[in-house]
Design a protein around this ligand. Sequence first.
Ligand code: NAD
Length: 497
Amino acid sequence: MKNIFHFVDGKEFKGDSKRTSDVFNPATGEVEAKVSLASKNDVDIAVKNANEAFKEWSLTPPITRARILFKYKELIEKNSDELTKLIVAEHGKVYDDAKGSLTRGLEVVEFACGIPHLLKGEFTENVGKGVDSWSMRQPLGVCAGITPFNFPAMVPMWMFPMAIACGNTFILKPSEKDPSCPLMLAQLLKEAGLPDGVLNVINGDKESVDALLEHKDVSAISFVGSTGIAKYIYENAAKNEKRVQALGGAKNHCVVMPDSDLDQAVNGLMGAAYGSAGERCMAQSVAVAVGNIGDELVKRLSEKVEALKVGPGMDKGSEMGPLVTKEHLEKVKGYVDLGVEEGAKLVVDGRNLKLQGYENGFYIGGCLFDHVKEDMRIYKEEIFGPVLSVVRVEDFNTAVDLVNNHEYGNGTSIFTRDGDSARTFASKIKVGMVGVNIPIPVPMAFHSFGGWKRSLFGDQHMHGPEGVRFYTKLKTITSRWPSGIKDNPEFIMPTMK
Ligand code: NAD
């Protein structure tokens, strides 16, 4: 049995904890490894190393940091097949999808390569007579990132390339369900020339998260995961005087207007609802059928959901892989049972799918509900599986109200050929990321990623310009070099005449 530990000070670190967690291959249901769950003491050692490394790293010129990231980009490209296979082996998603998610993470590295430009400050000559003022952004110190299972490469890469480019050191606490890819990402950054201690990986559960939240030498916490834990992180990081951004769960609505190109809408919805088995925070889990489009939409969707090819992530023919664990599979099936009890119409039932040769894998077929109502739990709660709910509404305004009244506000999209509806939707909708005829509107690395309402606690989104703001603090300097002037004491607030 393979044992997985931590990565501290540029090398494997075993720590003193005896607690472990099983790492499964979701395609077969087999336990493939045991990952160590760090103790508070293990976290202390990682923070101590990161704090020590910060002294030099924060003084390293941004151009030197950028050169390491350029080299890192090359190494990720060279090792992309191996990294992708690690994602597939522990998460279960299909190979091409896993590769795509790695590329989206790599794009943040590419963006972070521009850090010498991104850190340029602002300067004003003569804010007063002979007085100049400038602002600059400086690193925070040791930053920590706590990440979910569904993107073991991309979500950590929203964080650490930005944090270290800005001159911070970093402790990554990835999901204990798929720890191997994050460890390899850290190893490659060392190979790219990153000094030891700048990026550390601590595997663990609540004990290590709490140790990071309480540690006096951790300056900032970035979190991505479910809303309940995001709120806990937000509250406790703030209580311990840390900067925090905590991204939570989602229930994303795709509004299908009667004038839409229905083939585009259906294909968009299929990928967005069932890609990665629905285990994406940007998955579209609610299709809002406006006006008379409902019957045709459900008919076309059901044909495609029935035809979905479910199988192991490494099989070329698979469109959808298994769920991450048996526990999660049971939870998703439980929601489908609940939807039936609540009175929604189950048009396609994927609960009984069995794959020959993979009987113990964590598979479920695509599920499609019609006539889902606002007060049903399957509408209100995040299922995080391949379950699409169709809600029928009379008109555009009702669709907008439906989206705006939901507690989550991560992503949404509208399919329409009408510019007025699209523009009004983009303007009025209370959601952080909006697509117009784009089913999964994930912003590119040079924009920023984040939701509204209970999908994000905190002020700043991830990566892009917001990432630079989050991982730096602003300092403004006002200076003058008077010669031959004798100042008298001034007791009034200085103003410019
Ligand atoms: P999760 O909340 O269970 O776990 C996320 C992280 O928190 C993991 O590292 C985990 O070890 C840690 N954790 C779990 N329980 C904890 C506790 N009690 N105390 C402290 N730390 C704890 O989430 P998950 O199941 O790994 O991921 C799926 C969730 O993440 C979904 O809700 C999904 O919507 C969300 N997500 C959101 C985004 C976004 O950008 N908003 C992106 C990806 C995933």
